[in-house]
Design a binder for this molecule. Structure first.
Ligand code: F6P
Length: 199
């Protein structure tokens, strides 16, 4: 049975400073994650009925932090703009505290309805879920194993879809850094999940 692996990029310089969005590089801790990832995935590649290892492809966003995280994975790679992180619009590069401090009404509106709240000049989770539709169609059509190296909001949306999570719960799903999520389709149409933390 083929596998789908989901992972956030390794910790980025923006993560270190708790800043939203941006296109920063991965931090030293993120680089360690990027170095450890290939062996863990290679060890988990399933075999075909003929006993060969299944082909694997790696999908990243177009942002540096996912490309750098995937760099050492020894498989063909594809970059998807649709996998880029939720756009925080005018708040790109801000912290949550700055938003709460300078735009408490926006902060409160997002807290009230995180699924539908759209950042000014940016996106909502509903926007993200919609733009991920072609990616989901391709993942489902794919016969090979796929490693998706993406971002917090993006992986909440993908994970929520595959695990049939109610939409209202998607924006608060736990998708930690430095944790590989392995999904395996089961014959009853569900996904078996394993989480592999790298600590
Ligand atoms: O903090 C990392 C990050 O990927 C930000 O770039 C992004 O805005 C945020 O997570 C999305 O998570 P949330 O929807 O919980 O703010």
């Amino acid at each position: 049975m083929r596998k789908i692996w989901l992972t956030r990029h390794g910790e980025s310089e923006y993560n270190e400073r708790a800043l939203l969005g941006g296109d920063s590089n991965i931090s030293p801790a993120g680089q360690i994650y990027a170095r450890l990832l290939p062996d863990v995935i290679v060890d988990r590649i399933p075999l075909t009925l003929e006993g060969a290892t299944m082909p694997v492809s790696v999908w990243t966003s177009t942002l540096r932090r996912t490309i750098q995280t995937a760099e050492l994975l020894p498989f063909p790679k594809l970059r998807w703009k649709a996998l880029d992180e939720i756009q925080a619009g005018i708040f790109d590069g801000w912290t949550y505290e700055e938003i709460a401090d300078k735009h408490p009404e926006e902060y409160a509106a997002r807290k009230r309805d995180k699924l539908r709240y759209r950042y000014p000049s940016g996106e909502s989770y509903m926007d993200v879920i919609q733009r991920l539709e072609p990616v989901i169609i391709e993942i489902e059509r794919e016969r090979e194993c796929v490693v998706v190296v993406a971002h917090q909001a993006i992986l909440r949306a993908l994970y929520g879809y595959f695990m049939k999570i109610p939409l209202s719960d998607v924006p608060r799903l736990e998708i930690p850094l430095h944790t590989l999520i392995e999904l395996v389709p089961t014959p009853d149409g569900r996904m078996a999940e394993e989480r592999i933390p790298f600590n």
